[in-house]
Design a protein around this ligand. Sequence first.
Ligand code: ADP
Ligand code: MG
Length: 151
Amino acid sequence: MEFITNNADSTMKLGRKLGHFLKSGDIVCITGDLGAGKTHFTKGVAEGLDIKDPITSPTFTIVNEYEGRLKLNHFDVYRVSDPDEIEAIGFDEYIFSDAVTIIEWANFIEELIPKEHIWINIKRSPEFGNDYRKIFIEYYGDRYNYIKELK
Ligand code: ADP
Ligand code: MG
């Protein structure tokens, strides 16, 4: 599916819609250049999970954990030079848990991502303006068949 947003709020709103649907154990991968809007999308997802704490980028900590309707593990693996580093912090225990997991820059650790996941790519197109974003959402695996109304 493809969505177009023209400001950060609309990207958050799309994240919020997805967040409303998410279930325990779901995995959301987000890719896109620096400043694409991955963290803004994540803020929206957190709202959809009824998380009240502000979402801050875990760039230096690799993962932040939040509590809402469900728990949320928010990874940013931008600074990870080797997927082994992520395995070493117990990645599998985070993703195979009852929490929802969101991973910014998931393309850096693709080999660690389970087959069933949601893959989101956010793309800028400067020719359409600074705030224009195209957001692609793809669902891999039957477990996400339940998300049908995100249109
Ligand atoms: P990333 O996590 O991908 O590096 P951030 O979400 O931290 O990106 O930052 C995105 C930046 O782009 C913010 O400054 C935000 O205000 C701005 N922005 C402008 N238009 C949009 C849009 N349509 N969607 C998301 N962010 C946008
Ligand atoms: Mg970010």
